[in-house]
Design a protein. Structure first.
Length: 118
């Protein structure tokens, strides 16, 4: 098994700014159910939602700025680490994500493991 990172971008609902309505609660519950199902199948290895605030450290001079400075629909809202046999299986797993209900994006990235030499 390999590990893959799912990076969630965009979507209209975010836990930190969700309006209290039955529709939003149902959408958030769909995320919980999807992740619990991945966990029961041994697919989910970890992950967390991210707050919308942060800092960036940039360049050789290590200039610190408030961030992230990207379009709202491109902000990474969270991530999961999943187990899959290959990237094609990881993509198929990703297709079950509720983010697509809100026209969001999910980036699938293989995690590269390296051993450090002594």
């Amino acid at each position: 098994m390999e590990k893959f990172m799912f990076l969630f971008r965009g979507g209209d609902t975010h836990v930190h700014n969700a309006k209290d309505s039955d529709e939003v609660r149902a959408y958030i519950q769909s995320w919980i159910t999807w992740q619990q199902d991945l966990g029961k199948k041994g697919i989910l290895a970890g992950g967390q939602p991210l707050q919308r605030t942060g800092k960036q450290v940039n360049g050789k001079n290590k200039v610190v700025t408030d961030g992230p400075f990207v379009e709202a629909n491109e902000t990474v809202g969270g991530y999961l680490i999943v187990n899959a046999t290959d990237i094609n299986e990881a993509v198929e797993i990703a297709k079950g994500c509720p983010i697509f209900e809100e026209d969001g994006k999910l980036e699938v990235r293989p995690i590269q493991f390296q051993q450090l030499e002594n």
